[in-house]
Write a protein that binds this ligand. Sequence first.
Ligand code: SF4
Length: 387
Amino acid sequence: MIIGEASYLALHQQGELTKRAEGLRQLLSPCRLCPRRCGSLRLEGQVGLCRASEQVEVSAVTPHFGEEPVLTGSGGVGNIFFTHCNLKCVYCQNYQISQAPGEETGKGVVTGKAPGVGERTKATGEVSRAGREKLPEVTGPGQDHHDGQTSVLRAGIGVSCQYQDSVFSLAQGMLDLQLKGVSAIGLVSPTHYVPQIVDALILAVEGGLHLPLIYNTNAYDSLEVLRLLEGIVDIYLPDLKYADNQVANHLSAASGYREISRQAIREMYRQLGSYLWLDETGTLERGLILRHLVLPGDLAGSRDSLRWVAEELSPRVTLSIMSQYYPAYRAAQFPPLQRTVTPEEYRQVVRLAQDLGFRNIFTQEMSSPESYRPDFAKRERPFREDW
Ligand code: SF4
């Protein structure tokens, strides 16, 4: 791996990225992409427990300035907010796209097209004008048809797949973000679309993508998928949401979350360790940042979770302790989730982390619940106007 260069570039040159994509596609239908392993036949028209089909659905593609400063840099993180989620959090701040997609606009779910991403022909032209290579052409003479499926052999993916159009849009979205000067591509809630994401990545690399990939996840991830992502993801940004399985089940329908998330985060730590590689501007190029959202009434089990990180991984792991909780979606029905976190509750968790030996800790202002209120009805700009 070369510092200063996204790791997936080397994998692509070695032909390894294509092999990983093949391995990931094997898990898509029947779907075993996440620990639910619901077995949905996504390539045969079924949707999974997470509601995802074979088409990759994207709710917003936008530079975002509200992430940790080391991620945001000067250009923001180029976030791609995927529709649906493999968790069912009753307080989800992104519930408009994770739990009730389509309702934010009063329309149905948008499929196969990333809102905010330009038409392919137009956007490809923009890529070309800016000096980047065009995306490989996938229409016209380069398109073969087999049994109703579309071959994207000449597009660089190398297999027939039914979700080609949505993958192409996703690749274009990545390149459009790069042209906007973002510091990295942030994949937000990517777990249920990993095969499509890696297929899109291959196209985007051939179109000139070179930015680090951030895997921004709830940590309800399968070990098998994470192993296939080694060397593809440069920055892991997992949540450590709960320490108690009963709470996880009650609030997120996440059976076994404690063990599954810890196993997943242990794997991310194995891949990247605790060191943060920064570029000359102080922006993160590679590393692991572990997020912990403090919940009212200690529903997040902060002491248990942070102690596990300190003892089983390392207190050198960088933490991001978040105060931004506010009662969204169905939270009012689940006391004490009907209120924000008190300053004392938040301070206690930060003090606890310090006492456990953590020194690299991002914290938030207590006013953060006012700032982090996305509205995905505004697809072009779901966050605050000044971000
Ligand atoms: S990602 Fe979705 S479809 Fe796949 S196993 Fe998980 S819940 Fe089922």
